[in-house]
Design a protein. Structure first.
Length: 521
């Protein structure tokens, strides 16, 4: 198919130019679900256009249609005044449309540079491997997305994998770039750099479709905002005229609360005690370096840090998924067997991993079975060696309703769910197990504002009920909202610790980036 030609644009979204993207009457149905219903969406050349909506509202489906992954059942797509018909993602790429997906499109056995090469068919990789590695390194340095071009994808954290996806789009020099939660693993300073980059790209005539649940980011970087609810376009507004509250209420169709910051709690005895813990990363290097930390009953301790600084390895070591190389992990008065997740579970650990689909869930297994993964050995899910399948299904129905999981039913495979609903399945399983310690790694990553409010409520309720919570997050607003204490992890070491009352975004963000705390000057 012919490539769409980018017209000359003077200023952002010049009125003389046709829309860069015009999707008209888009409808897409799946078994039991209408994901998009008669949706109109327009984005101009030279603008940053935000796409908002709750999980399951149809944002990902609409984006997947624009990028050629899905074909609409009804409707038309126009680029720069020319109608297009994408039969495959390659058609969209050839037309200058690229997307950084929430669930990454990467080959785990390949290196970063090899994954970048997969999207560029101009010459064989072996003839340009060094050139691609140099270009990836240059882009990473320029945009604050540094990653080793020769590292293999399976060796990278989720946050580093997201950087690779962003680098792929930057390498292609996309004219229409869709970014799904691009700042989830960035410090505030890095997010500002990215916003500057997006504005520069828009000023050059490119179109940026920005999908984010962080409403203050939408206000900071977007020119216009389209809101989807239940598969329909309910509003398209100028970002300058909207408020975070008005956008949130458009998304959920109701008024929003004022947040869920809890009253100060009096913590109890330590439910987690780390003493000089070291742990190796997937490439054999030390990823956690001499970490000593306590979490007490009824306390939320947040670990702040940019992805790739040891957070994943720390969480996995506590949860028994990764053995400790040195040091001691104690859970209450018990010492679990290192590298044994069942031992950690018996000691009362619940674990919400950052990789919800690859680690937290079995993708091809039903929702009901995933919800029973930690409880199937015990009553009422089983009697001796026999599973009570009806009771497992009944319990799944209860949790689906309680956690507002949007799904056809308990027997549906979890791989069919949206990212937010995948996370809700993990949270429902872990929160319902009556843990003593909850390790939550990026529990709201990719969730909409309504779901985030629910997750924050669950975390506060857990702490109020005496559970110790270790929250690992790159979202400093979330950390400052929830945490009683905040520690900063940089290159595997704790470089700062402060009570919430004395913390602020700028100081913590500087520590996350490897700078010194200005209070210590």
């Amino acid at each position: 198919m012919p490539e769409a030609t980018v017209p000359e644009v003077t200023g952002r979204g010049a009125d003389s130019a046709p829309p860069a993207v015009s999707m008209r009457g888009i409808t897409k149905r799946f078994p039991g679900v209408v994901a998009n219903e008669d949706v109109d969406f327009e984005a101009a050349a030279g603008e940053v256009h935000a796409l908002l909506g709750e999980n399951g509202a149809g944002k990902s489906t609409l984006s997947n249609i624009l990028t050629g992954l899905y074909r609409p059942d009804e409707g038309e797509i126009w680029l720069y005044g020319e109608r297009v018909d994408f039969h495959a993602p390659r058609d969209a790429l050839d037309a200058g449309v690229s997307m950084v997906h929430q669930h990454f499109r990467l080959v785990e056995r390949f290196t970063v540079a090899e994954n970048v090469a997969l999207v560029d068919h101009s010459r064989p990789f072996r003839l340009r491997s060094r050139a691609i590695e140099r270009r990836v390194a240059e882009l990473g340095e320029r945009y604050g997305l540094a990653v080793d071009p020769r590292a293999r994808i399976w060796q990278l954290s989720v946050g580093e994998q997201q950087r690779v996806e962003i680098l792929k789009a930057l390498y292609l020099d996309a004219k229409i770039l869709i970014l799904d939660e691009p700042t989830a693993v960035l410090t505030p300073q890095e997010a500002e750099v990215l916003f500057g980059t997006l504005r520069e790209m828009a000023a050059d005539g490119r179109t940026i479709v920005f999908i984010s649940h962080k409403l203050h980011e939408v206000k900071a970087v977007s020119d216009r905002v389209t809101v989807l609810r239940a598969g329909k376009n309910v509003a398209a507004v100028d970002a300058a005229e909207a408020t975070p509250r008005s956008l949130a209420e458009l998304m959920v169709g109701r008024g929003m609360g004022e947040g869920v910051r809890a009253e100060p709690r009096e913590p109890g005895d330590a439910v987690l005690a780390l003493d000089g813990v070291w742990a190796d990363g997937d490439r054999g290097e030390a990823a956690v370096k001499g970490v000593s930390l306590q979490v007490r009953a009824g306390e939320i301790v947040a670990v702040a840090g940019v992805a790739g600084n040891g957070q994943r390895e720390l969480a996995e070591t506590i949860a028994g998924v990764r053995p400790a190389a040195k040091g001691t992990v104690r859970l209450g008065d018990r010492k679990p067997r290192s590298g044994d997740p069942r031992s950690a579970i018996r000691c009362g650990v619940a674990y919400v991993p950052e990789d919800r689909l690859g680690t937290g869930l079995a993708p091809s297994v039903s929702i009901a079975s995933n919800l029973a993964l930690k409880s199937y050995r015990e009553a009422p899910a089983s009697t001796g060696p026999l599973l009570r399948l009806r009771r497992i299904r009944e319990r799944a129905v209860e949790l689906i309703k309680s956690y507002r999981i949007s799904a056809p039913g308990p027997q549906a495979p979890v791989r069919l769910l949206s990212g937010g609903n995948l996370q809700k399945v993990v949270l429902a399983r872990e929160f319902s197990g009556k843990p003593k310690l909850l390790v939550a790694a990026s529990p709201t990553r990719g969730l909409d504002v309504g779901a985030i409010e629910s997750v924050h409520t669950y975390l506060n309720e857990a702490a109020a009920n005496g559970v110790g919570v270790l929250l690992i997050s790159e979202d400093l607003d979330e950390i400052l909202m929830l945490a009683d204490r905040i520690v900063v992890l940089y290159e595997g070491r704790i470089v700062g610790e402060t009570p919430r009352a004395q913390a602020n975004v700028e100081e913590i963000g500087l520590q996350m980036a490897g700078g010194e705390d200005p209070r210590h000057d």
